[in-house]
Design a binder for this molecule. Structure first.
Ligand SMILES: *Cc1c(COP(=O)(O)O)cnc(C)c1O
Length: 455
């Protein structure tokens, strides 16, 4: 019987990140300047990001060395464990072999520090003293506050007002790591003051919080902005997950037939899947790779592949991606990390190339899978990865019918210890599934920016 926990020694930890762009038949379409509609250059991004990250954003090199200072911090929790889900398999009665790569062992309890740490490192190396960012549910703010503390940076976080009021534990964690946190909209920025003047009781949104964090970073020379998903350099940093999982599955003597992961902006999914996609493109294995998104925010399965803004206010560059429209406000599902109107341009491109599949799941099915997982494997998953677990369970039950002994691999990208009220609502029978109507989507598509033909 395969071991339950497949571990790597510190000395076996991968020393470079993998850049999928090097192995694709074509690169993703360029990011465009919102004013000129021309491809942006490094100078356009320089007010917000250090040059090392801008270079990683556009590099065509296959591998990027992980700096020793970053490896040192990674060693606090990496290599992360790969588990064989023997108990879940038994409960399902499936002949499939299920593996999950667990990122909940990190300081923030999710995969987010994998990119927060290098982002803080490169900013500190460039002489930056302070980082600003937005956070919704609080996972990203927690990760960045921790990473900033490692490199002596200040960290200022704008948290969506509704989450700030309803989920105090993430705020406390951010403050414990030394971060400063403001509810957004705040009166500290033009963008915030404008909203507050009109709507003093605004619950805020991720879009507004991004506008506030970007405004402050753009105005102060010693301050930069950090983003926790979507961008190429973020997905690059997350490939440490898949590189480790490749080594661990080899130790277990298995190769995956199916890889599933949840997608908000696409970083944990890309981080796990891209190294396996490299192997697939090289003909060394042939897993089906499947993204799982919430039915309430289905950018891949129901969105348009079009140029759109990354934020609601329309301040960011235009990215070609699967989008529901930057005005789209998803229903308040509990998987806060998956409530984003767009998708990573790189994931979107790979989806257009037919290299990955996508499915959407409703939240009750996801929580049912999350509870089944908690009761068998002993880990309470964050609401986001319950989407991947629901797809895992579905695939495993299909194997039960057909008798196929497939190997299924998933990313358990975070624990749900600070999301227990959502479980409580599910258990009390109070959780609802939201229907997303086509007219609502069409209204939101109508707000997509117009571009010259051919873009
Ligand atoms: C932020 C977050 C997500 C969504 O972001 P991706 O970039 O799609 O990975 C998913 N799960 C957890 C636990 C998160 O913190």
């Amino acid at each position: 019987m395969t071991a339950t926990k497949i571990l790597l020694d510190e000395s076996e930890m991968p020393r470079r990140w993998y850049n999928l762009v090097a192995d694709l038949p074509s690169p993703p379409p360029p990011v465009l300047h919102p004013g000129t509609l021309q491809p942006i250059g490094p100078d356009d991004l320089a007010p917000l990001f250090p040059m090392a990250l801008i270079e990683q954003e556009v590099t065509r090199e296959r591998y990027v060395d992980i700096p020793p200072e970053v490896l040192d911090v990674y060693r606090l929790w990496r290599p992360s464990p790969l588990y064989r889900a023997h108990r879940l398999e038994k409960a399902l009665g499936t002949p499939a072999r299920i593996y999950y790569k667990y990122e909940g062992v990190s300081p923030a309890g999710s995969h987010k520090p994998n990119t927060a740490v290098p982002q803080a490192y490169y900013n500190a190396s460039a002489g930056i003293r302070r980082l600003t960012t937005e956070t919704g549910a609080g996972q990203w703010g927690t990760a960045l506050a921790f990473a900033a503390a490692q490199f002596g940076l200040e960290c200022e976080v704008w948290q969506v007002r509704a989450s700030y009021d309803q989920k105090p534990y993430r705020r406390m964690m951010i403050e414990t790591f030394g971060g400063t946190i403001h509810p957004s909209p705040s009166d500290l920025t033009e963008a915030g003051r404008r909203i507050l003047a009109e709507h003093p009781d605004s619950p805020g949104s991720l879009g507004i919080a991004i506008s506030e964090a970007v405004e402050v970073a753009a105005q102060q020379p010693d301050t930069n902005y950090a983003l926790g998903s979507v961008l190429n350099h973020v997905l690059l940093h997350q490939t440490i997950i898949g590189e480790e999982a490749l080594l661990q599955l080899a130790k277990a003597g298995d190769t995956p037939d199916v890889i599933v992961g949840c997608t908000g902006g696409g970083s944990n999914f890309g981080g796990l899947a891209f190294p396996f996609l490299r192997e697939k493109l090289a003909g060394r294995m042939s897993p089906v790779i499947r993204a799982v998104e919430p039915a309430a925010c289905p950018s891949l399965t129901r969105g348009r592949y079009a140029y759109d803004f990354g934020d609601t206010a329309g301040m960011t560059p235009l990215m070609k991606m699967h989008t529901l429209g930057h005005d789209f406000i998803p229903d308040p599902i509990h998987a806060g990390g998956l409530r984003y109107h767009g998708m990573s341009p790189l994931i979107s491109h790979v989806y257009e190339l037919g290299l990955i599949e996508a499915v959407a799941k409703t939240q009750k099915e996801c929580f049912e899978a999350g509870i089944r997982f908690a009761r068998t494997e002993g880990i309470v998953p964050a609401p986001e990865p319950t989407h991947a677990l629901a797809a895992c369970v579905e695939e495993a039950l299909r194997c039960k019918e057909t008798g196929e002994e497939k190997v299924i691999l998933t990313a358990l990208c975070g624990h749900g210890h600070l999301d227990l009220p959502a479980y409580s609502r599910y258990l009390a029978g109070e959780m609802v599934d939201h229907e997303l109507s086509q007219p609502a989507l069409d209204a939101s598509f109508a707000g997509l920016p117009e571009l010259p033909a051919g873009r």
